[in-house]
Design a protein around this ligand. Sequence first.
Ligand SMILES: C[S@@+](CC[C@H](N)C(=O)[O-])C[C@H]1O[C@@H](n2cnc3c(N)ncnc32)[C@H](O)[C@@H]1O
Length: 218
Amino acid sequence: MARPYDASKLAIKFAFYREWLRNPKVVGAIAPSSAHMAEKMASVIRPESGLPVLELGPGTGAMTKAILDRGLAPSRLVCVEYCEPFLCGLRQRYPGVNFVHGDAFAISEIVDKLGIGVFGTIVSALPLLTFPIGHRIRLVETMLDLLEPQGRMVQFSYMLKPPVPAMPGSFAVSHLTTVFRNLPPARLWIYQRADARPLANPVLKTTGDLVTTEADAA
Ligand SMILES: C[S@@+](CC[C@H](N)C(=O)[O-])C[C@H]1O[C@@H](n2cnc3c(N)ncnc32)[C@H](O)[C@@H]1O
């Protein structure tokens, strides 16, 4: 059985690099996500909707913390992580969160078992570019089917272009922001259904709250 990780920053880094050495393609990043990036990702969540949030690939938990810091009740957060050793530390540090050991590509079976129908937001740290483009498109389609009609999936990537292009008539992608205080700097992308209200001119305040335009707030 994997040993639980200490919550200290050093232990978290150690846990990350241990898994990275074991399986760099699955971990898919050269460093844990910065708190700054995690805060920007979590800013998309609207805890007041009362809907649960789905996190994909929590790893060492930077985004899990930022999501909970937004005020979401732990019981409303479902996190799916492929690498089992990460889960021990996550369960210890974030009691009450629904951590599932599983593959995000099998999400339909996972949510069926949990009995959850609709999520408000999906926060994804999956290393999407390591998967074939057809798999990526299907994943976004599947994830958007799990969201309420105006729901959003936020995904980061280290490339200039989004990891999954928009599919006209099905889903749109917009650039939320670029986070320089992360190693390496990353771009944040919002996926939503083509007929959902667009995220017009997204700007982030220093608090990490999303400033919505009239079109977005309507
Ligand atoms: C870029 S890392 C996330 C880093 C994380 N934000 C952190 O600070 O530690 C990607 C994460 O996705 C997980 N992952 C990769 N493929 C997955 C899959 N198919 N299903 C669920 N999790 C997956 C990896 O194990 C890793 O924890």
